[in-house]
Write a protein that binds this ligand. Structure first.
Ligand SMILES: NC(=O)c1ccc[n+]([C@@H]2O[C@H](COP(=O)([O-])OP(=O)(O)OC[C@H]3O[C@@H](n4cnc5c(N)ncnc54)[C@H](OP(=O)(O)O)[C@@H]3O)[C@@H](O)[C@H]2O)c1
Length: 284
């Protein structure tokens, strides 16, 4: 049954890489974008009911994401937005953009604002890595690969904030800007040295921007540990078992647990500049 929904609040979440082939295999795993969209939509719906019941006496929470973006696979992005609308009664629009292109980032945010009239929550989730686990190999990357890793994991996130800033500031309850970083940014290991460096930079970016963007915008980051997504399909399979055995919780963190952290950060209006690790204790 369709549940009446309050005015549409546009949120930008990156949605890419669905069903894209990795090493010739057609992957079908869901990434963080899908997890965050589903979690938020389901959460948002019940929050909105609460809001209606309380005749707006309760402070409206951050709205669910309804403008996921994607890089390549339009059909899959459309399938997700249709699923969100059907299952949770939210309006969802998929938008295509290359996050490595500043003009496209700006265009996409403008389209999201035009389409949904406002932005409350923005998640900078795009990322890219080259697997090169021998950190001593400084020849492992071309200049182009260094730039791509740096741009997609860090610099493009500043482009996104710049494009979204006015719309987030216009939110009377304050906007939320969140970054998907990684525990690779605080460890001396991960898919590659370049990736670790870029994620470390994104963590520092989060803290610096939290200071400059207050009081209007809260800036926080989620740092996942190893997730079983298409991203990690290219990693050595033994890595998963090793991770499980090493961490105190003896399990892999999940996309759903990360999605819960994003929702929590978006709603908590007293937190900014915070890094939430969802890693089953990997860095202890
Ligand atoms: N999986 C893990 O173990 C893990 C751990 C810690 C942090 N993370 C972070 O989590 C985020 C999401 O990863 P995921 O695990 O959900 O895997 P994922 O589904 O592969 O998501 C990463 C996305 O970044 C996108 N991207 C790459 N280049 C892009 C571009 N030029 N323009 C727009 N988007 C682009 C990719 O889209 P295309 O494939 O279409 O290019 C890909 O969908 C990333 O920032 C990653 O660094 C992942």
């Amino acid at each position: 049954m369709h549940v009446p929904y309050p005015p549409i609040h546009a949120t930008h979440v990156f949605l890419e890489g669905q069903n894209r082939p990795h090493h010739g295999v057609r992957a079908e795993k869901n990434g963080l974008t899908q997890g965050v969209c589903r979690r938020w939509s389901s959460h948002g719906q019940s929050l909105c009911r609460t809001r209606v019941q309380h005749h707006r006496q309760v402070r409206p929470p951050a709205s669910p994401p309804n403008a996921p973006s994607f890089a390549h696979n339009a059909a899959r992005a459309r399938a997700l937005t249709e699923e969100l609308s059907r299952t949770y009664g939210v309006r969802a629009t998929a938008m295509q953009a290359d996050m490595g292109n500043e003009a496209e980032v700006t265009r996409m945010v403008a389209s999201a604002v035009r389409e949904h009239s406002r932005l409350d929550v923005v998640v900078a989730n795009a990322g890219w890595t080259k697997v090169a686990t021998d950190f001593s190999d400084l020849d492992a990357y071309s200049a182009e690969e260094w730039n791509k890793i740096w741009t997609l994991n860090c610099v493009s996130h500043t482009w996104l904030l710049r494009a979204a800033r006015a719309a987030l500031r216009a939110n009377t309850d304050g906007g939320a800007f969140m970054v998907t970083s990684s525990i690779a940014g605080i460890r001396t290991g991960g898919s590659s040295l370049a990736y670790c460096m870029a994620k470390a930079a994104s963590i520092h970016m989060t803290r610096c921007l939290a200071k400059t963007e207050g009081p209007h915008i809260r800036v926080n980051a989620v740092l996942p540990g190893l997730l079983d997504t298409e991203w990690s399909a290219r990693f050595d399979k033994g890595m998963f078992e090793e991770y499980r055995e090493e961490v105190p919780l003896r399990r892999l963190p999940t996309v759903q647990d990360c999605a819960g952290a994003f929702v929590f950060l978006a709603e908590n209006v007293s937190m900014t500049g915070q890094l939430v690790q969802v890693d089953a204790g990997r860095t202890l």
